[in-house]
Design a protein around this ligand. Structure first.
Ligand code: 26W
Length: 762
């Protein structure tokens, strides 16, 4: 096990010899001392099957607190630093590692932690982007993006493995892939798995001799070209851009990962036909699906026939789908593939021909058709198992997205409902509540979350309830202080904190929330809305930089916030805050301080959601639609303990067949007033036309109000106001506690174990 004394001795030494007036130096001392100990446990075992989790995104967040907690030295480190007059929490200045966009990337990070915690042999393979997801600020209410220089504080948790670099070939040039290995530390169990992130580098280090030869410009170009591959994370969530650099990233990731795995096999004396006995590769959405033809290419290079190589792949790859949005299902044009990775294009054509020979030739099952490669089809065709991420999502995959495949291969399809790690999302972010629970039911629940149900007998215990309310209050105080510092807005702690934090997307319907806030504001002004309890509406969301309507919604909400926060008439009742640069670390503060969790996507659109689970576990009620994992949250905690509204997925589909959103406005003047404010001069968008574009998206054209914002408005407001009415009552507190006590299913410990058993067969 971890040698605490040795760690503390080394920490002491480092602190005494460094200039610790600088946070970075403290950070280095803590992480170096920890890494020295981690090293002892960190060896890749030579035996047994492992899962390689291939993902273009790992949204790790801040590693230091979570690592110290999992090593069991969080308190000791805090005290050791305090003795030197240093504050461990000064390390909150350290940037998140935001090597992911949202749900999919954060899920990958949670899975790594959970696998290590349960000694499941799973390693992550990803990309070491020089710049992660952009930093967001608001200028006059508009989103502004700046580079996320996450390495400014160094990367003390990773180790560069120079000797294990591999070469990746493109048609026009080659690059080195250099691995950086980061330890993934299990919770107090001594297990260390590996997250291997690849960095692209030029083959020819800057060669000054070439300058003399007049080739300086060419060399500079090549260095730039090589380094550009892992320069930046694509900031799109649920939207495919189909760009060459992105294609290079995807191929770079899988080629480097597979080459290093093949080398390891050779070193162990295992031949490649044993691949499926030693490995299973989980493809996290379509982004790493080029691993399939790349694996075939590498096997062919070892002398296997195409047919044998494909057969090996069919036993080794599994695929997770994370979205049903058509625009997110990746495809690549043959022209682009031939220009960048012609070897792979040839193999894709061979796979298509082979599938046709097997009789797979329905319209919706083409892997290559009309000079286009369909990555999801390739994945489903090859994968041993295909899984959705919540029950409802998997049903939609079978009935709709992959319908044709499901008739061909029903046995491939399986559901694994997502989860979250309760260590980061409860123990770490809500330590007071975690301590209170341990005081009542003992420990063990931290790694076996269903045990949290043992708290049920205390739900009606007055002291326990009082403690819950008190802790929530103190979490609110902490968040309010942070928001005041960062956003300059003061939130009174007796307000209801009603929160919607997630990526900005039309289907997630932040616009619906915004319109309801306006509706409430208008109601308070006119006096028609009575007995409204003071509420702070919190928003946090990044928009993809090129997603015009999403950016317009950010501007709209910021305009609403400005107006409401400046109106002294409603100051005692209403506040609106759109926090800047919402990220993992911000989420840790927000989730445990919220009373109401807004999960309001149009039913049938959100594959699962995982934010919903984080709020639930922290004792928050869901105001939501029957979408994604919300359905299972209601199954577990009781629909009567949440505020559910809106069209179901089935209804939504029916409604959309003959839907006229303007009819909804005719019948609802108060909603019309809120919608009109987009264009009647109530707000300005500085002449950009953005607000008008939002208005048009609701009312104009064949696709008007695609996501049924107006259709669901009425039932949404009713649910929202009933939550507001009940807040502060005993009934409301009971609902919060029922959610917390029934969150057991949503631990990613359960998810990862299901993968290990049903999919990976470890
Ligand atoms: C090619 C561009 C692109 C980038 C990211 C397409 C698609 C994505 C992801 C699939 C988007 C994503 O993060 N999906 C989310 O995955 C979560 C984890 O399973 C789910 O909880 C969310 O519902 C889903 O939107």
């Amino acid at each position: 096990m971890f040698d605490k004394d040795s760690f503390l001795r080394r920490l002491d030494e480092l602190i005494n010899t460094q200039d610790v007036s600088d946070v970075k130096a403290v950070y280095n001392a803590v992480s170096q001392a920890a890494m020295a100990e981690i090293y002892r446990h960190w060896k890749t075992p030579q035996r047994g099957k492992r899962c390689g989790y291939f993902s273009a995104e790992f949204l790790i967040g801040r590693a230091v607190f979570s690592n110290l907690m999992n090593l069991g030295i969080l308190q000791e480190t805090k005290s050791a630093l305090a003795e030197k007059g240093l504050d461990l929490y000064a390390l909150e200045e350290i940037e998140d590692a935001a090597l992911g966009n949202g749900g999919l990337g954060r899920l990958a990070a949670c899975f790594l932690e959970c696998a290590a915690t349960h000694a499941i042999p799973m390693d992550g393979y990803g990309l070491r982007y020089r710049y992660g997801l952009f930093k967001q600020s608001f200028e006059n209410g508009f989103q502004k993006e700046t580079a996320d220089d996450w390495l400014a504080f160094g990367d003390p948790w990773s180790i560069r493995k120079e000797a294990e670099r591999v070469k990746v070939d493109f048609a026009d040039f080659s690059v080195y892939a250099v691995p950086y290995d980061t330890p993934v530390i299990g919770y107090k169990n001594g297990v260390v798995n590996t997250l291997r992130l690849w960095q692209s580098e030029p083959i020819e280090k800057f060669n000054f001799a070439l300058f003399d030869g007049g080739q300086g410009e060419q060399v500079a170009k090549e260095v730039f070209q090589a380094e550009s591959i892992t320069a930046v994370l694509y900031p799109n969530d649920n939207g495919d851009e189909g760009k060459t650099l992105r294609l290079r990233q995807e191929y770079f990731l899988v080629s480097a990962s597979l080459q290093s795995i093949f080398k390891r096999q050779k070193n162990r004396g295992r031949d490649e036909s044993k691949l499926c006995e030693d490995y299973v590769f989980q493809l996290n959405d379509t982004h790493p699906v080029l691993a399939i033809p790349e694996c075939i290419r590498l096997l062919e290079a070892e002398g296997y026939t195409f047919e044998t190589a494909l057969a090996i792949c069919k036993k080794t790859f599994c695929f997770t789908n994370h979205t049903v949005l058509a625009e997110a299902l990746e495809k690549w044009s043959g022209t682009r593939l031939r220009a960048v990775i012609p070897q792979i294009w040839t193999i894709l054509e061979k796979i298509q021909a082979y599938a046709e020979k097997e009789g797979i030739c329905k319209v919706d099952t083409y892997i290559v058709k009309d000079d286009t490669a369909y990555m999801a089809n390739l994945a489903v065709y090859t994968a041993k198992k295909v899984n959705g991420v919540a029950q409802m999502h998997t049903e939609i995959l079978k009935a709709d997205t992959f319908r044709a495949w499901y008739t061909l291969f029903p046995e491939k399809f399986i559901n694994v409902t997502n989860g979250i790690t309760p260590r980061r999302w409860f123990l770490l972010n809500n330590p007071l509540m975690a301590a209170e629970i341990t005081r009542r039911i003992g420990d063990g629940w931290e790694t076996d979350l269903p045990q949290i149900a043992k708290i049920k007998p205390y739900i009606y215990d007055e002291k326990f309830r009082a403690r819950f309310t008190e802790i929530k209050r103190s979490n609110k105080r902490r968040l309010a202080a942070y928001i005041e510092r960062r956003e300059g807005i003061r939130l009174p702690e007796h307000f209801i904190f009603d929160t919607q934090v997630k990526r900005l997307h039309e289907y997630k319907r932040q616009l619906l929330n915004a319109l309801s806030v306006l509706y409430i504001y208008n109601g308070l002004k006119s006096g028609e809305l009575k007995d409204f309890k003071p509420t702070a509406f919190l928003f946090g969301a990044k928009s993809a930089p090129g997603y015009y309507l999403a950016k317009a919604v950010i501007k709209f909400i910021n305009e609403i916030a400005r107006k409401i926060n400046a109106d002294s008439e409603v100051a005692a009742l209403l506040k609106v805050v759109f926090v800047q640069n919402y990220n993992v670390s911000y989420a840790e503060k927000i989730v445990c301080a919220s009373d109401i969790s807004e999960q309001i996507s149009m039913a049938g659109m959100e594959a699962s959601g995982t934010g919903n689970m984080k709020f639930m576990l922290n004792g928050t009620v869901t105001l939501g639609t029957l979408d994604g994992a919300n359905v299972e949250i209601c199954e577990e905690a009781g629909q009567e303990n949440n505020y559910i509204f809106g069209a179901t997925a089935r209804e939504a589909e029916l409604v959309k067949r003959a839907y006229d959103p303007s009819k909804v406005l005719e019948k609802n003047p108060a909603l019309k007033k809120a919608v009109d404010s987009l264009v009647d001069g109530t707000f300005t968008d500085d002449g950009t036309g953005m607000l008008k574009a939002v208005h048009e998206s609701l009312l104009c054209g064949a696709e008007a109000d695609r996501y049924l914002v107006l259709y669901d408005f009425d039932s949404y407001v009713k649910a929202k106001l009933s939550a507001n009415r009940e807040y502060g009552t005993e009934a409301f507190t009971t609902k919060c506690l029922e959610n917390m006590a029934n969150a057991g299913k949503f631990s990613a410990d359960r998810s990862v174990k299901e993968y290990a058993k049903l999919i990976w067969e470890l």
